[in-house]
Design a protein around this ligand. Structure first.
Ligand code: ACO
Length: 310
């Protein structure tokens, strides 16, 4: 009966037994996962765009090879995550088109422009650094195909974070001009990186239920705090600052305290009014339309094969 299925699901969640694709699950759990995994996948593929902006202008062959590898990794993460979403019964073209139509979100962070080369280091260091804090927690999410995808993705993200910090370090040890460029980049990306973790816990409509289902293992504010605590010593090692006069070490709690996030900016960006929303979605729509012949050819090929096999 439905009650028995629900009780079995609840017992598995309570016992930390992962839920597999073929297991019974409440419809709302399935829909929440499609929303979150879909949004996560969209973020990976949109996230390729700000970095691609600097591919032809990388300062050396070594930097170009690293950047190219990183961007290809992001494409792979997107494909992994779309596959994980499909195990829940959604259609990949359907959720992709919802993103193009503004009916599904992707991370706010990718709606900011990349204005100088230091942005590439800072994205690896801060943006991928923030992504890892969130994604390490998701390695233990209750839905097994999502958790498994996260394990490989986290390994690659940690390479991305390291290459970013190394590029930032090279600039921090460089000329006054390079240091100024790095500081400018940190100033622009610091607050948007903190916004990646989502609204504060009290304003996060999905958190309570996602914590009960163990889709989320830590709250938005807990993960944001962890990111700040990880990052400030790295910032100090570079002799750089962040644009937050309220940032200070709090001995009593053992955490860095930070100022108030501009939530108005966050909500504007996720409603589609960020600096680059139109450009990002426009680029993806063009690629989707120009690639339609590839999808059609692949389908025609698959059909021919099926007929032959029959
Ligand atoms: N950018 C865009 N939308 C956001 C962001 C953000 N930084 N933070 C929250 N939101 C959206 C949520 O998706 C939700 O909208 P929806 O209900 O229309 O889907 C709304 O704001 C309210 O937020 P929450 O209730 O806190 O939503 P949720 O419980 O899903 O938590 C979080 C948000 C933490 C981002 C979660 O979805 C998550 O962990 N996602 C997986 C990680 C991810 O997507 N990373 C992408 C960036 S990293 C990278 O790609 C390199």
């Amino acid at each position: 009966t439905h009650e028995q299925q629900q009780a079995y699901f609840d017992a598995n969640i309570a016992a930390d037994t992962p839920i597999e694709a073929k297991d019974w699950m409440p419809d709302a759990y399935r829909q929440t996962l499609i929303r979150q995994i879909g949004q996560h996948a969209h973020s990976e593929v949109i996230g390729m765009l700000p970095e691609a902006n600097w591919l032809t202008r990388a300062p050396s062959l070594r930097r170009k090879a690293i950047l190219l590898a990183k961007i290809q990794d992001e494409a792979g993460h997107g494909l992994y995550l779309y596959s994980a979403a499909e195990t829940l019964g959604c259609s990949r073209p359907d959720i992709y088109e919802k993103m193009l139509d503004g009916k599904m979100k992707y991370s706010s962070i990718f709606n900011y422009p990349t204005l100088n080369w230091a942005d590439i280091g800072v994205i690896g260091w801060l943006v991928d650094g923030a992504a890892i804090v969130n994604q390490v927690a998701l390695c233990r999410t209750s839905y097994a195909p999502y958790a498994r995808a996260m394990v490989k993705i986290c390994k690659e993200e940690s390479f991305h974070q390291r290459q970013g910090y190394e590029a930032a370090m090279a600039m921090a040890n460089g000329s006054a001009e390079q240091r100024a460029m790095l500081q400018d980049s940190i100033n622009r990306f610091w607050w948007p990186a903190l916004m990646m973790f989502g609204p504060t816990d009290s304003d996060s409509p999905n958190s309570a239920q996602s914590m009960v289902w163990k889709i989320k293992r830590h709250s938005n504010d807990e993960l944001r705090q962890k990111f700040v605590d990880n990052t400030v010593p790295q910032l100090e090692a570079l002799n750089m600052t962040v644009p937050d006069p309220d940032l200070k070490w709090d001995e009593a709690s053992g955490h860095y305290r930070f100022g108030t996030i501009n939530w108005d900016e966050f909500y504007q960006v996720i409603k589609g009014h960020g600096l680059c929303n139109h450009e990002r979605v426009g680029a993806k729509r063009r690629a989707w339309e120009e690639g339609s012949w590839v999808r059609e050819a692949a389908m025609a090929h698959a059909e021919k094969h099926a007929v032959k096999a029959a």
